[in-house]
Design a protein around this ligand. Structure first.
Ligand code: ME8
Length: 649
């Protein structure tokens, strides 16, 4: 331990059914950095988590026919599984629905209010529901949301506002005095020109149109705006405003927040302003990485063009995927993902360069029975790889400190390629034939093993499962695989003993594999039935008959039905439930039903559900529907002879 702390975070993810390789990119990068810092001896805190509140989640839960809490619980379990699969070494996982976090958010909101930075007003503006973001007219692109390009809606509501405009000058000063506050540097121009220069407006920070959020303690019909809720996770996870953790003093300010470029605005304007208002120190750096693109644009679930990381890990192993993500694309720029580039990279760098180097170096110790003799015969030709190996750690470290993962890996692979060339130059298989050449052979082999040791150490953060296999094969114990030891040549004992192991990365047949990948993708699509999973998981938590009896199910007939304005998925149904008053229910079934398919039909309604407002329309109850396969929903219609109001049990 070097006595220093390092606090690094990923964004907290929206619980969407399936995270794709683009989401994994940021988390893998953060993990590599956290592991690198631990290797250097830092006391690291690596935080990730999920961002679970907001109207979007409320609607998704409604569509899935479960409560928002049930919905997020199920999805978050899947996200944690994915991070496990990718060997993510986060120290904490925060959920914005965790009690301690919600308690802190309420205190933070009140504190900002008491300090005069939050005031009550009325909001009129353009709102993007999928992004949960309000925009000013001037920020719209062709009248649409500048982030996702989707249409925005006019919204007006009583709301609390954060005095963001009061921080304009202080933010400019922050950027001027800390030119490295944002990386890559180009992001700073983007923020200043697009957001700061046009003038910051106060930010609407509460909502009354839905309830799935943290209630404002002193005005509970308001819930806290999701971004205020979400950004604060970076301090609530340390115990700010709660008793769950006690290391705010120790770790804050964060050394770096890793975030995707589209959410830089929130992290470099709103977040520092909130911290200034709370009189708290600011994060040292916000790094805005690029996007993984597929041909046709950004990978995104709504476009249906996503790559499933679980399929890739299953086929090539976790370390190959981790390596590819950070080697293929410069961290700050966008990168085009393709299966061809993935397989080519695995074959060239991992199977050929690294894998061959390790297996050949180890195999060639065989004439000595696996243990090197100690007599040596160095030659001038050795100098080049020795000097490359001796200086590698320093170059690597410089790149890593700048978050230039790709350059750090390029440096390591320069040594690996050069070492492979050294094998060709020294021809150990010829040396082995004549015992007189064995001292020279032992020298060559020792040099190879030392290069492998040094490369292996520096690859550890990227390939945490492969590095120990490398060390095992070359017989390097923990005392000579520490980070520090990568800076010293000659630590393997002169009589090193090797252990032949399996190939680290088997070579892939490109044509066969591309076909197999397509097939795996199709099979996964077929199998993917998130809704069925929800039902099965629901069954796992049993309820008593008394609990069930609390749910009042009634037969009702659809009298009229129409789409809810500005909400693509919602239908508003007027039901006859056997009482004198028509019952209005809003349901997210428009993707599967047109109003005329419902009018006159009898169905089952949950009659004692608390009213909720969806896109401004009140809903009294919920109609029952079944998840009939991937992306298919069927309303449960009942026999026409059952009278309206009949109890279902
Ligand atoms: O933005 N390539 O959550 P999120 C690279 N909850 N990165 C990508 C990507 C792609 N194709 N697609 C998504 C949120 N990401 C908020 C964060 S933090 C206080 C709140 C990245 O689940 C995206 O850029 O939509 C973001 O950094 C992260 O995945 C989470 O996105």
């Amino acid at each position: 331990m070097n006595g220093k702390t390092f606090y690094i975070t990923t964004p907290i993810y929206y619980p969407s059914d399936k995270l794709h390789i683009g989401h994994s990119y940021c988390t893998v990068a953060t993990d590599v950095m956290a592991r690198f810092k631990r290797l250097q001896g830092y006391d690291v805190l690596f935080l990730t988590g999920t961002d679970e509140h907001g109207q979007k989640i409320e609607l998704k839960a409604q569509e899935a026919g479960v409560t928002p809490q049930q919905y997020v619980d199920q999805v978050v379990a899947g996200i944690k599984e994915l991070w496990n699969l990718l060997n993510i070494s986060n120290d904490r996982f925060i959920r914005t629905t965790d009690d301690y976090h919600m308690e802190s958010i309420q205190k933070i909101f009140k504190e900002l209010y008491d300090r005069g930075y939050i005031y009550k007003g009325s909001y009129k503006g353009k709102y993007c529901t999928p992004c949960e973001a309000f925009w000013t007219e001037s920020q719209l692109v062709n009248g649409n949301c500048p982030d996702c390009g989707r249409p925005v809606v006019d919204a007006e509501e009583e709301a609390y506002f954060f005095k963001l405009s009061a921080f304009q000058e202080r933010l400019i000063k922050l950027y001027e005095e800390n030119p490295h506050f944002m990386e890559p540097q180009s992001r700073m121009n983007e923020m200043v020109n697009n957001f700061i220069k046009p003038g910051l407006e106060d930010l609407c920070v509460s909502r009354t149109s839905f309830t799935w959020g943290v209630p404002v303690t002193f005005d509970p019909k308001h819930v806290v705006y999701v971004w205020v809720d979400a950004l604060s996770n970076y301090i609530t996870a340390l115990g700010y405003g709660n008793d769950r953790y006690h290391d705010f003093e120790k770790y804050w300010p964060a050394d770096v927040h890793f975030v995707g470029k589209e959410i830089m605005r929130f992290h470099t304007i709103i977040w520092p302003a909130m911290l200034m208002a709370l009189d708290l120190p600011l994060p040292k750096k916000v790094y805005g990485h690029g996007w993984l693109l597929l041909e046709g644009g950004k990978m995104s679930k709504s476009k249906g063009n996503v790559v499933d990381p679980t399929i890739l890990v299953d086929r090539y192993g976790v370390d190959a995927i981790r390596y590819f993500l950070l080697r293929e694309f410069p961290f700050g720029s966008d990168g085009l993902f393709s299966n061809e580039s993935l397989i080519t990279r695995i074959n060239a760098d991992l199977a050929n360069d690294l894998g061959n180097l390790v297996s050949r170096s180890v195999a060639m110790v065989k004439p000595f029975g696996g243990t090197l003799p100690t007599e040596r015969q160095p030659e001038p030709i050795d100098e080049e790889i020795l000097s490359l190996a001796r200086t590698l750690k320093e170059k690597y470290e410089k790149h890593m400190e700048e978050y230039a993962f790709q350059n750090a890996l390029i440096e390591i692979f320069k040594l690996i390629s050069r070492t492979n060339k050294y094998i060709d130059e020294t021809a150990p298989w010829t040396l082995s034939k004549d015992p007189a050449n064995h001292p020279r052979l032992a020298t060559v082999l020792y040099n190879l093993l030392e290069c492998v040791r040094i490369a292996g150490i520096l690859l550890t953060p990227f390939m945490p499962s492969t590095a120990p296999r490398i060390f095992e094969q070359i017989g390097a114990g923990p005392e000579i695989t520490s980070y520090e030891s990568a800076g010293t040549w000659g630590l393997l004992p002169a009589n090193a003993t090797v252990h032949k192991g399996d190939a680290l990365f088997p070579r892939i047949d490109v044509a066969k594999e591309l076909a197999a990948l397509e097939a795996a993708k199709a099979a996964a699509k077929e199998k993917a039935t998130p809704a069925k999973k929800a039902a099965v998981e629901g069954i796992a938590s049993l309820i008593s008959i008394d609990d069930f009896a609390k749910v009042q199910l009634r037969v009702a007939q659809v009298k009229s039905c129409e789409p809810v304005k500005r909400a693509k998925k919602l239908l508003c149904l007027q039901l006859d439930d056997g009482t004198d008053t028509p019952r209005q229910v809003v349901s997210g079934i428009h993707p599967w039903y047109e109003p005329e398919q419902l009018i006159g039909k009898k169905l089952v309604v949950v009659a004692n559900l608390k009213p909720a407002t969806l896109c401004g329309v009140e809903s009294n109850g919920m109609i029952l529907a079944a998840d009939a396969g991937e992306n298919d929903v069927k309303v449960i219609f009942v026999d026409d002879t059952i009278p309206c109001g009949a109890t279902v049990r």
